[in-house]
Structure formats: C-alpha cells, structure tokens
Design a protein around this ligand. Structure first.
Ligand SMILES: [Zn+2]
Length: 340
C-alpha cells in the first residue's frame, strides 16, 4: 500500500509500505476513504518535535472497515467509520467520565499512520463509531473533520464553559480555532470574537458565527477583547495554538470567574504563578476526548446541521502529501485533505 513517512524536517515521502495486519484481537484494519494533515503534524515537520524517523504520519481518518480481530464485537467489515487520534476502550472509569484520551488503555488511534491506504486501529469497539449507512461523498470531509479538529474545537468550547448569553473569544485561526467558533455558535454563545489576521480565515469565522474579528495580538489583543466585552473580558476563551503568547493572551482576555479551554498542544508554555493567581480564571483543557463527542457530531453532520468540512480548502491525492504539508506550513491552506 501507499503511505506517508516523515524522514526529517520538511521531508515527507509517500512510499510503498507493508499493509498493516491485525496484531491484537481487538484491532480493526480500515481502508481509508480520506485522511488529512493536522496542525500538530507541523511540529515534527518543522523539526520542533521528533517522532523517530522515518515516522508514519497522520492520525485523522475516516474509512471502511476491512477486517476485524476475533474479539471485536460491534464493529463489522463494510461499515463506514470515524475514529480519533487516541484509541480508547470506552469502558474504563476515565472513559465513562468522558476523558477517553486519558483512557487507562489508551494507544495511538491510527497505530500505523493514517496518511495511507490502510491503517490499524486498536481497541476498535471503543474507538470507532460507525455512520448510519454509507455517507454521500460530500459528507466525507465533514466526517473527517469530526475525527480531530471539530471534536477538538468542540472540547475547547465545552472546557471554556461556552453557553447561551456568553461572550466567547477564540485565540488561534487554524482549523481548531475556526471550528471552536462553529462549536461556540452551536452551543448558544451570544458574542463570538475570533482572533485572526488572515482574510479567508476571518471570512469562514464570520460565516460560522463570529460577531467580531480582532487582528491585534498580545497585550493589544487582550485590550481589544476587553473593549468588546464592556471592559470585563470574555466569559469563555478557547485557546487553540499552544504557545506561551497565545496562552497568556487567552488568560488575559478572560474575565475574573471566566473559563479558558486550552486545546492547542502546549510547546514551552510556563505559566507565571502570580499572574495566574490574580487572574481568577478557570483553566481546563488538554488532548480533546473527541470520542466523547463523536456520536453527536456525526448526527449533526449526517443531518447537515453543521458543515465543518469547509475547513478543508485544499484536496490532493495521497501521493501529493508533501505538497499538502508545504501548503499548510506556508499557511497557503487552512487544512489539506488527502484522498488515498
Ligand atoms: Zn478507557
């Protein structure tokens, strides 16, 4: 089969690889219908993180079940399924509390990489959610978005306690931030402030429900959000970047008693205790338990009530994965979809 490997900084190659096989009796093998490049894939791509090269890439996936292990009971070959980047049993106490990304049995969701023709999904019964039937092709991008970026934006909004009557600010205009806007709108936010300097992203944010766009960053960005919220700051701030600057911007933009939902993967973030102490804000976040939201998100997509697939503004064949990474790295594309 064909599959993407990262050989080193800015060196992605699609090569012939061994087709994955069932390893554990709880595994499934999925034939991918679509995959994509994640903002978090750009960290190793830029050489900031290393996975040990050559590394199979990709952790967002939708596909058709090809084969299941002996102990898989609910997932069947032929089903169209959506999974997430962490495999979970969905039965342990942590999973049942809604934190499947911290499952006591957690494993990588696409163990052999999802930017490929096939991938192996561990704990298939707990990890995968089947759609009611074979989806229309135009729903595939939205279902793929549910696999990570939509679920992550959704968790950011829930963690930030977004709800009716609230003012929400979103730090970060990548796919997760934009889908945080969509989630905030769906969860009933009254005011949604998107922080973005990029025109096409601002437009999508507005279409998904942003009432205001702030182009300033840092202290100026914080001041602008306070100005737009009666001098108080937002009730709920979704942090979708993961840097020191974005985290401090999120904390600074939150009113006392408000909530920050942080879902950008943290890189060298060190929170100053004193500022945190006097900010009076709640902080909650981490790797989004996408699995918690998948059944509801699939329903919303199936009924065409949300259209998160619009976040994909570039579609390429899997063999052009290197160009997909380049386009996202250079911010020419918000998010690239790959068709195996
Ligand atoms: Zn679990």
């Amino acid at each position: 089969m064909r599959g993407a490997l990262l050989y080193g900084p800015r060196d992605v190659r699609v090569e012939d690889r061994d087709r994955p096989t069932i390893v554990e009796p709880t595994d499934a093998i999925i034939r991918l219908v679509a995959a994509c490049v994640c903002g978090s894939d750009l960290w190793p791509y830029r050489g900031v993180d290393s996975y040990g090269e050559p590394a199979p890439m990709g952790h967002e996936y939708v596909g058709i079940v090809d084969e299941v292990g002996d102990q898989v009971t609910t997932i069947r070959p032929g089903q169209f399924v959506v999974g997430s980047f962490i495999a979970s049993d969905n039965t342990c106490e942590i999973c049942r509390a809604g934190y499947q990304t911290s499952c006591v049995n957690r494993q990588p969701g696409a163990a052999t990489g999802a930017q490929a023709e096939y991938t192996r999904v561990p704990l298939a019964d707990g990890t995968l959610v089947a759609t009611p039937s074979m989806p229309d092709d135009d729903l595939v991008p939205s279902l793929l978005a549910a696999s990570d970026v939509l679920g992550t934006g959704w968790f950011g909004a829930v963690a930030a306690q977004v709800g009716p009557g609230k003012a929400v600010a979103v730090v970060g205009d990548g796919a997760v931030g934009l889908l945080g806007v969509l989630a905030a709108k769906h969860l009933g936010a009254e005011q949604i402030i998107a922080m973005s300097r990029h025109n096409p992203r601002q437009e999508l944010a507005r279409e998904w429900g942003a009432s205001d766009v702030v182009v300033e960053r840092g202290d100026e960005g914080v001041a602008r959000i306070k100005e737009l919220t009666g001098g108080l700051g937002a009730h709920s701030v979704i942090e979708a970047v993961g840097t020191q600057e974005s985290m401090m911007q999120a904390i600074g933009a939150t009113r006392p008693g408000g909530h920050v939902g942080y879902v950008g993967v943290a890189h060298d973030v060190a929170l100053p205790g004193k500022e945190l102490f006097f900010s009076h804000v709640h902080l909650h976040g981490g790797p989004a338990p996408v699995r918690r939201y998948l059944p509801d998100l699939i329903d919303l997509i199936w009924d065409r009530r949300i259209d998160p697939g619009r976040v994909f503004d570039l579609e390429l064949p899997l063999d052009d994965a290197a160009e997909a990474y380049r386009a996202m790295d250079e911010r020419r594309a918000i998010k690239a979809l790959l068709r195996p």
